[in-house]
Design a protein around this ligand. Sequence first.
Ligand code: UD1
Length: 422
Amino acid sequence: MDKLIVHGGTPIHGAITISGSKNASLPILAATLLTDEDCVIRRVPDVSDTNYMVQILTGLGADVERFSGTVRVTASDITDTAPYDIVRRMRASVCVMGPLLARKRRCVVALPGGCVIGDRPVDLHIRGLEALGAKAEMEGGNVILSAPDGLKGATIDLCGTSGPTVLGTDNVMMAATLAEGITTITSAACEPEVVDLADFLNAMGAKITGAGTPVITIEGVEKLKGCVHNVIPDRIEAGTFMAAAALAGEGVTLRRIRHEHLVAITNTLRKAGHQVHFNDVGDACTIHRGDTPMSAEIVTEPYPGYPTDMQAQMTALFATTPGTSIVVDTIFPQRFMHCAELKRMGADITVENGKAMIKGVDKLSAAPVMASDLRASAALVLAGLTAKGSTEIRRLYHIDRGYEHIDEKLLALGAHVERVRE
Ligand code: UD1
């Protein structure tokens, strides 16, 4: 098992290129199950979550080839059953449910368990697919969905108690592409990754309008075809390096980003006293640490609000920012595992009912810490960049789930990090 040692105190500077989006790649890879023709997807990041998705597709019978960021999938002959031993490794594997059901008229998918960031229900996914005419049964930890006469378009409200669901919107949108008639999803998630999936599906011949707004309309078609698609840049990887640059940077440039996807993160960094400059076309930005960093407040919300996937990294920045900063997570109120580890490094944080109160200290000090989930581990890496001494981050597999070659990118920026095999 690998661990990362971050030797604190070396400022980062220079330029790196942001990888393709993990969260866009996963449903897009799943969507290749909707056709028996070849699909070519470019800029798929080389992270373990996309590798799991490739394994799931292969396990379902698809032919998959992968070479330097390009994945070619041909799902000519597939089964309808995604077993627990592959699904359990990654919650996002639930997004094969919609395409399998649409293509095979039946699917058996193991239900994902909870995870460290809290209970992760799939009730809205199932409610949406039932509205399209599927019958759902639970058996032996699996959900079995069947629609022997095919799916039928419907109007579906996908709002849960914490707002819309991203993968739930993806699942229903994918299933509806091959349903008879028109489906309207109200309270749809507006995340850029949903838009990227809709663009991919439209390139396959689907008829989807409204993606990126709360109302998505899908006119069902008989058949989808193969296509070539470039995945959008990873806005969370970009945001993580923006926070790293604000914390420990002396001028860091990020290439291949999308300005419009980074508004909430940019506004927060600017409010906290840091400088973010975008180029004219909005596909690169340079971040300079401010001379007088200030405390700030973030409340996570569905897109275009501040993303829950970026709250742990901002907490690491606030840990050494003068004043008291507040972080409220309304999407996953239990997602504060990183705070306990940051406290071991000397941070002054109180967590109560989905809200962290962070009193900035002068400096953190290195400690051996445990990564608990993907974004929490990124927060610990960031904290290590300016901490006194060498921070050892164990359970690095969490970070490898979603950050492509993070150690190499940090090295390229001049950070002093080492990946060590234990
Ligand atoms: C996606 C992202 C994840 C991000 C999250 C929220 C991927 C692969 N993952 O996860 O990184 O943190 O969006 O932006 O894209 N909920 C229900 N019932 C459901 C489904 C969700 O109550 O059936 C609740 C969840 O518990 C949560 C909220 O809805 O409180 C939003 O979750 P959701 O958008 O579904 O997250 P994912 O799509 O799983």
